[in-house]
Ligand binder design. Structure first.
Ligand SMILES: *Cc1c(COP(=O)(O)O)cnc(C)c1O
Length: 392
């Protein structure tokens, strides 16, 4: 592969990959099935407004999540906003900062104050003890995030929420099809939210859904996503957050590919772990092989004190080789301009310095993963030399 540091593409050598490898290439499933569905949509001339494909998609997602109700919407950010509106949450909502900024924005857009809380140093998910210390008399809700598809500490968070009479919801954008102690993600808290954005493990181009066992809540969400309309009358101030039939056609087709996608992702993640396990200072996040983890993200933590090379430099060196890794999620939300303040979250900040999401998904083969692993081993074993040459 590389014989000397000068062979690296960032120093003018040729790239290991001729075509870029990405995190989150879409999983579109069987194209002919998609076109068939789209053709039916056009024949019916029913393009949106709770059409048959949206309802079919909602039924399938409810099944996967093991819940009674699913309300599909135009994206997960809108889903979170509408959910907290529908639940009447006010004041402060405690959430992790180690998440995509949409989690925080959705709360702000719903008139809430996000209060960022530190996370478990190993998983990056909300630490229930830290949640308790972040409580104030203005707290009305806790929003957990199943980061990278790992279920957060649902049992302990439920206890904290019950003890303090708080509304508990989950951003499950990463966790479709995942389980916690045999129970599917989707049935925890008051409601959970999935994302079907193009980059997620199942996509509807853009899309999201709230799943819940609460019929009244689902009913209110259906009204809110369609201008507050219910039974031919306007009963509340809603918005337009409907999923289109074309989106649902993609969602259903992508969902058919989901089991194969998950098998593929799991094989990729295993290969990353095999390639990188023995590498000091590099920790590939494990997954519970007995659970149904979707493994849509292959996440590694780079401890620069051990490797002698910072995550940022590795990301640059990889990009030159056509390996387009992502810093999911760095900077963390509380480090971003709209949320910057005095709060210090040591575990979150350490993770934000270390995290790297490596290419995976149906577009990345196990053989390519092995090559990325070999490349990373080379980069890390020459870490101090690389850092001396280019800094960070
Ligand atoms: C993708 C994502 C969202 C936003 O989903 P959209 O459907 O793009 O609005 C929210 N939270 C997390 C953790 C995400 O990764």
């Amino acid at each position: 592969m590389k014989h000397q540091v000068n062979d690296l593409a960032m120093f003018g050598g040729s790239s290991v990959f001729a075509q870029p490898l990405f995190v989150g290439r879409p999983s579109v499933g069987d194209r002919s099935r998609f076109f068939e569905r789209l053709s039916q949509v056009l024949d019916r001339q029913w393009l949106t407004n709770n059409g048959p494909l949206v309802r079919e998609f909602e039924g399938r997602i409810a099944e996967v999540a093991g819940v009674e109700h699913c309300v599909a919407v135009c994206n997960a950010t809108a889903a979170l906003q509408l959910l907290h509106r529908a639940l009447g949450v006010r004041g402060e909502i405690i959430m992790p900062s180690m998440t995509y900024v949409a989690t925080a924005h959705s709360a702000r857009m719903a008139g809430l104050t996000p209060v960022f809380c530190d996370v478990d140093p190993l998983t990056g998910c909300l630490d229930p003890a830290a949640v308790e210390s972040a409580l104030s008399e203005r707290t009305s809700a806790v929003l957990g995030v199943h980061l990278w598809g790992q279920p957060c500490a649902v049992e302990d968070l439920t206890k904290v929420a019950d003890r303090h009479r708080l509304t508990l919801t989950f951003d499950a954008a990463h966790a479709l099809g995942c389980t916690e102690q045999g129970r599917p993600i989707g049935g925890f808290g008051e409601a959970e939210v999935f994302s079907f954005h193009a980059t997620k493990v199942v996509n509807s181009f853009e899309g999201g859904a709230v799943v819940t066992g609460n019929a009244a809540l689902a009913d209110e969400l259906r009204a809110l996503r369609a201008f507050g309309a219910a039974d031919g009358a306007i009963r509340s101030v809603g918005t337009n957050a409907k999923l289109s039939e074309a989106g649902a056609a993609m969602g259903l087709t992508s969902l058919e590919a989901f089991p194969a996608t998950v098998r593929h992702n799991r094989a990729n993640l295993k290969a990353y772990r095999t390639e990188l396990d023995a590498l000091p200072g590099v920790r590939v996040l494990p997954f519970d092989e007995s659970a149904s983890a979707n493994c849509q993200y292959a996440v590694a933590l780079i401890d620069a004190e051990v490797t002698g090379v910072h995550r940022d430099l590795l990301v640059r060196a990889l990009a030159a080789e056509n390996v387009i890794a992502q810093k999911y999620f760095s900077p963390a939300c509380h480090q971003l301009e709209p949320y910057a303040g005095a709060v210090r979250l040591p575990n979150t900040e350490r993770l934000a310095e270390q995290v790297i999401a490596l290419p995976t998904g149906p577009a990345t083969s196990v053989e390519q993963v092995r090559l990325v692993g070999e490349l990373l081993r080379y980069l890390v074993s020459h870490g101090p030399e690389l850092s001396a040459r280019v800094g960070r």
